[in-house]
Design a binder for this molecule. Structure first.
Ligand code: UDP
Length: 495
């Protein structure tokens, strides 16, 4: 792969084979979906003979796109397709801030004013990256490009090599805003160069792409470290190894190489057992796991939790409900920003949240934990997320905008009650009052506090939502269905 002045421009990502299809099929509840996928592969794979599939994205870790990729790649390979996954690195430090801006605008947010300088930057970087990658790609290969960062790169490769190409866009807003319209204008020429585009929801497709758009939701892998079953002992072992819980007992495994870090009163971060154990195994816990992105609604969730605690005097309901809220703790967990290359706003968003936390009285600081989860080991990071979700009474995803929201499917799969901001991607997963609860206005702390409060009232209801949620994910949002749809689409394109 080509070296640029800033280092490697195109990085080939190694993907461990992980679980085999036979391993999944051993679980009775997964066997039918594996069989459907294998049947689809028998149809599609021969039609793709002699073609390599190139997947291009912008980060190997952090966020939903990177999350699913290794499993999609591994399953496609097992089914007989040669697949390469590469990530782009920008030779210009201004490129990812620009694409983050486009990301926000496609979600309908952010300021207007994309200008000539932005155009020149986007085109120059896309030209360079396309030059670095195009010659690696065979004349019969197929290109799948994810999101706006490598969109221009893929469009140029498509033109140079004349190969079939698909753009997979994970972002979107239901309806348009001036911000989203400006971003679509900026990207229109490149997006139109592809044979097909793939969107998560029909509502996200801009009119100029609608004639050649496919709708596909992502899926989660039920056996990865993020989603596999964890016994109570395993969960507590992970918490202790990650410094998320203290113990006087011996554990089976040594401490993780890099432990979870928690914001401290002095503004620094220390292992999360400081200044004292969080109570994850004993207290009612409300958790949000996300990248540090403003659109995830951290600020209003923090304010809502404070409101919930402060309303104490006014509450007249039964004492168990009151105790639940008195003892509850809120946990924000996200990746250490240094581990996510294409998200330049993460440092600032986390710093903002930390500042808000520092302004709280000491008693409330005690009840709200801001955690940085290291990304040095993907496995350990995934186990931390898994254990944190499993310790939760309620999992929240208070997103103002959300393309899909894998964290929602991950929690639903664990049969946990989810409270989601009513962003389109979350609405597609959570049916209000059936598989969890939705807040119409996640930017409004009072609305969020009211919904959390109501969710604390009845543990039987939470149990029903959680069970229904698992059933829903099992039917619609497992990775087998996603890969099956990809095979069909690729085969259509090859024809
Ligand atoms: N995630 C993670 N470690 C973290 C925080 C988040 O592995 O410290 C994962 C999370 O479990 C989920 C993904 O990052 O799989 C986030 O995907 P989602 O679709 O929810 O949002 P996106 O980041 O794509 O906007």
């Amino acid at each position: 792969m080509q070296e640029g002045s800033g280092g490697t421009l195109i990085e080939r990502v190694d993907v461990a084979p992980g679980y085999r299809l036979e391993d999944y099929a051993e679980y009775n509840y997964l066997a039918p979906q594996v069989a459907d996928l294998e049947a689809a592969a028998r149809e599609a794979v021969p039609r793709l003979a002699g073609r390599k599939i190139w997947i291009v994205s912008s980060t190997r870790q952090g966020g939903g796109v990177a999350e699913g990729m290794p499993r999609v790649v591994s399953l496609m390979r097992q089914l007989g397709l040669p697949v390469e996954w590469v990530v782009i690195h920008s030779p210009d430090p201004a490129f990812f801030p620009l694409t983050k801006r486009l990301h926000n605008q496609l979600h309908g947010m952010g300021r207007l004013g994309l200008g000539r300088g932005d155009r020149e930057l986007y085109d120059a970087v896309s030209d360079r990256l396309a030059d670095a990658l195009a010659n690696e790609i065979g004349s019969r290969d197929i290109l799948i490009v994810h999101d706006p960062q490598p969109l221009g790169t893929g469009a140029r490769i498509k033109k140079k090599r004349g190969i079939p190409a698909i753009w997979r866009c994970h972002i979107g807003v239901d309806g348009t805003t001036p911000a989203s319209e400006e971003a679509w204008q900026f990207l229109a020429a490149d997006a139109s160069a592809y044979d097909r585009s793939v969107f998560t929801l029909a509502d996200y497709v801009p009119p100029f792409l609608s004639a050649a758009a496919t709708i596909m939701t992502p899926g989660i892998d039920p056996l990865t470290h993020k989603n596999r079953e964890l016994s109570v002992h395993k969960t507590s072992g992970v918490l202790v190894d990650a410094a998320l819980a203290a113990t006087v007992h011996p554990t089976l495994a040594p401490p993780f190489a890099a432990q979870a870090l928690r914001l401290q009163a002095d503004g620094g971060f220390r292992p999360a057992v400081f200044p004292e154990d969080l109570g994850l195994l004993f207290r009612p816990i409300v958790t949000q796991v996300s990248r540090w992105d403003r659109l995830k609604g951290f600020g209003p969730l923090l304010d809502a939790f404070v409101l919930l605690k402060e309303r104490r005097q006014a509450r007249t309901r039964d004492s168990r409900h009151q105790l639940c809220i008195d003892h509850a703790r809120l946990v924000f967990a996200g990746p250490d920003p240094s581990g996510v290359q294409d998200d330049p706003e993460a440092v600032e968003t986390l710093a903002d949240l930390c500042r808000r936390w520092s302004g709280l009285p000491a008693g409330l600081q005690h009840e709200i934990a801001i955690l940085k989860l290291p990304m040095t080991s993907v496995k350990e990071n995934a186990l931390m997320v898994n254990a944190l979700q499993r310790c939760s009474t309620i999992v929240v995803q208070n997103s103002l905008r959300e393309g899909f929201g894998l964290t929602v499917a991950e929690a639903m799969w664990k049969a946990l009650p989810v409270m989601g901001g009513a962003a389109a991607g979350i609405r597609a997963q959570v049916a209000d009052g059936i598989t969890g609860r939705l807040v119409d206005d996640p930017a409004n702390p009072k609305a969020v506090a009211d919904t959390l409060d109501a969710m604390f009232v009845d543990h039987k209801e939470r149990e029903v939502w959680g069970r229904n949620a698992r059933d829903r994910v099992s039917r619609a949002f497992l990775i087998f269905e996603e890969v099956r749809r990809w095979l069909q689409l690729l085969a259509t394109l090859a024809r």
